[in-house]
Design a protein around this ligand. Structure first.
Ligand code: PLP
Length: 394
């Protein structure tokens, strides 16, 4: 009668959403300031002033019909050109508007890219811990997600394990750095090693293997940390980007796909991206926000707030005896649960009004994810609860 697979997806909300809803209920019961909700990755820093200025100016002085009308399916030509020029300036690439397809955020960038590449029997590899929606997007194309565990001591890629996972069925890999949920930035040496494996396997199997770079957190890095631009390391690269985190616009749904002009047959790949967008019913990205991001190119929200939050939380938690690596990017802390079962640990944390996401659904057991994109005040107020929770396990 209906698709059982879709029914299952629709009736099993993610663990994150579950916890978020629990948090809302609990806040209504005891007061929002008493619940320390670290469940969701909604940016807590407002969008930079240029967003509001651009939106107001466009709404007051723009061409109202065009502003609310359809754009061409791959996006406004002016925006695509502006993004290509910006990327070329930042990374020394040679992209043009023809390499850019505007999307409704990274989720759409990923599902369109995967749909564009996937054929019957294909596999896509990703590295655990990973954004749980990858499984949904990959399986929706009829392909299989193959998961390779990262090295648990630093959450960098284990190259030997990765190499073993590549088979003649591998169509592509999804690499997310800075990473949700670990906050880790994959080092240049790790990227080089991954690309070498991909190159060798492409030659061995005689077909392309694509590198899908999922980069919504590219600009959220703290200190002197390099986030390698993957097109410069590997020709068959497709970058999936979004302004959700960098400009704090997750609800506006705006991002892009950049198909490298060095990829073999990139024009054909781009055409398949257009076809996939069409088949998934995306039509075009929101017109107003295409114009807004065009005027805000290269700008970001004030990410120094996240750095402050990271330092505060990391220093306090490690002092209380929690174990975690210091993340270089995104806005997540990936902490070892204080008992084997992370779900049980998350339940125990609730007794202290701490909402921590058990990481099983991210493909890694025994950890919880703490989203520190919250007010610094919330972190300060939560520290006694974290201390008490640690003491409860001593
Ligand atoms: N990829 C990763 C790693 C994410 O963490 C998210 C959102 O949190 C997305 C993709 C989806 O981002 P968007 O809101 O732009 O669709």
């Amino acid at each position: 009668m209906i698709s059982e697979k879709m029914y299952e997806l629709g009736t099993n909300p993610s663990v994150i959403r579950d916890l978020f809803e629990y948090g809302n209920k609990r806040k209504a019961e005891i007061g929002a300031d008493k619940v320390f909700d670290f469940s969701i990755g909604n940016p807590s820093v407002p969008a930079p002033a240029c967003v509001k200025e651009a939106a107001i100016d466009l709404l007051q002085n723009g061409d109202e019909v065009a502003l609310h009308g359809y754009t061409s399916a791959p996006g406004d030509a002016g925006l695509r050109k502006t993004i290509a020029e910006y990327l070329n300036e930042q990374h020394g690439t040679s992209l043009t508007a023809d390499n850019l397809y505007i999307t409704v955020g990274a989720a759409a960038s990923l599902s369109i890219s995967l749909k564009a590449l996937a054929e019957e029997g294909d596999e896509f590899i990703t590295f655990a811990p990973f954004f749980p929606e990858y499984r949904v997007f990959v399986e929706n194309t009829g392909s299989q997600l193959v998961v390779v565990d990262c090295d648990k001591k630093d959450f960098q890629i284990d190259i030997a394990d990765f190499e073993k996972a590549v088979t003649p069925h591998t169509k592509g890999i999804i690499l997310n750095s800075p990473n949700n949920p670990s906050g880790v930035v994959i080092k240049k040496e790790g990227i080089e090693a991954v690309c070498e494996v991909l190159l060798n396997k492409q030659t061995e199997y005689g077909h392309p293997i694509f590198l899908i770079a999922d980069e919504p957190y590219r600009e959220l890095v703290y200190g002197d940390v390099e986030v390698p631009y993957l097109m410069n390391y590997y020709d068959n690269t497709i970058v999936c980007y979004s302004y959700s985190k960098s400009l704090s616009l997750p609800g506006e749904r705006i991002g892009y796909i950049a198909v490298s002009d060095q990829a073999a047959e990139w024009k054909k790949i781009f055409a398949a991206v257009c076809g996939a967008g069409r088949s998934l019913g995306y039509v075009c990205a929101p017109s107003l926000f295409q114009q807004v991001v065009k005027r805000c190119m290269g700008r970001t929200s004030d990410v120094s707030v996240y750095k402050k939050n990271r330092d505060l939380l990391y220093n306090a938690l490690t002092e209380y005896g929690y174990r975690c690596i210091k993340p270089d990017g995104a806005f997540y802390l990936f902490v070892e649960a204080l008992e084997e079962d992370a779900k049980a640990f998350s339940e125990r944390a609730k007794e202290f009004e701490l909402l921590l996401v058990p990481a099983d659904s991210f493909g890694t057991e025994g950890f919880v994810r703490i989203s520190y994109c919250v007010s610094t005040e919330q972190i300060e107020n939560s520290l006694p609860a974290f201390k008490a929770l640690a003491e409860a396990y001593q």
